[in-house]
Design a protein around this ligand. Structure first.
Ligand SMILES: [Zn+2]
Length: 272
């Protein structure tokens, strides 16, 4: 699942549902996601918050930190509900319900740790892009001296908190920038436009998800313009959308709206 807009929706709802409840039993269906002994996982929920791309459940002195990666998701069901095959961890709650962490690709990780302790795979320290402190000036300062491609830069969670594959693609589409363009080639006005696109795209996604109020385990992505739409027509110009590989990630983009004005990618597009 989740990128920032998804967590903006899920975390407050988990908080509302869980604070004050106690874990009375914990069991694991898919041990590969666990980075702790499941017998340790006990306590009463005091806080539920977002920590970079993770959900941090505070249970007094210890925290259960779940890094859902690509496919992880939560749901909250009655104890009698049958578990689907993707359930990884089950926490039985004092009100009789069950909090389930589901992950059909088991890329997510579940940690039981002290507050503030570093969690492997959890990049922290990025600027919160939905806070007022994320200004054009701040973004220009972050971009200064960066040598990587735009898509890689946008996904650097130590710089920006926090954007993954899907929303990096959407932001670049909104800003009409090629995903492989180098950060260092952008003019100040283009950086400002990219900043504005980050804020607009993530805020729109947050608001859209909130308005549609899906069940906790459902990830709404059908309003995205490019992500997952390879071969379909661009919403803006009807050109067929493409996918490019970038350092192990894929980037969906419109070759016409997002030309690589600095070089090769532009000519690649014209040649096909
Ligand atoms: Zn287009």
């Amino acid at each position: 699942m989740p990128e920032r807009p998804d967590l903006e929706y899920v975390v407050p709802r988990l908080r509302e549902a869980l604070v004050g409840l106690t874990i009375v039993d914990a069991s694991v269906k898919k041990p590969v996601v666990l980075r702790c002994g499941i017998a340790q996982v006990r306590g009463t929920f005091v806080t539920v918050s977002r920590r970079a791309q993770a959900v941090d459940f505070g249970l007094g002195a210890a925290h259960l930190v779940v890094v859902p990666m690509l496919a992880g998701r939560f749901d909250l069901v009655d104890a009698a509900a049958k578990d689907p095959a993707d359930v990884a961890v089950r926490l039985v709650l004092s009100d009789g319900r069950v909090l389930r962490y589901r992950d059909d690709v088991q890329m997510g990780k579940v940690w039981w740790t002290a507050p503030g302790v570093a969690v492997a795979g959890l990049a922290e320290g990025g600027v919160d892009v939905l806070e007022a402190a994320f200004t054009r000036e701040r973004f220009r300062a972050l971009a200064k001296g960066r040598r990587e491609q735009l898509k890689v830069f946008l996904m650097d969670k130590t710089a920006l908190d926090s954007m993954g594959n899907a929303y990096a693609d959407e932001v670049l589409y909104a800003a009409q920038q090629h995903p492989k363009r180098l950060v260092s080639r952008l003019m100040p006005a283009e950086l400002d436009a990219l900043h504005d696109a980050i804020v607009a795209v993530l805020a729109h996604a947050r608001d859209t998800i909130a308005a549609r109020a899906p069940p906790l385990h459902e990830k709404i992505r059908d309003f995205l313009h490019v992500r997952g739409r390879k071969g379909q027509p661009c919403d803006r110009c009807a050109t067929t959308l493409r996918v490019a590989g970038i350092h192990g990630h894929d980037a969906y983009f419109c070759p016409r709206c997002q030309p690589d004005v600095d070089g090769r990618g532009f000519f690649d597009w014209r040649g096909t």
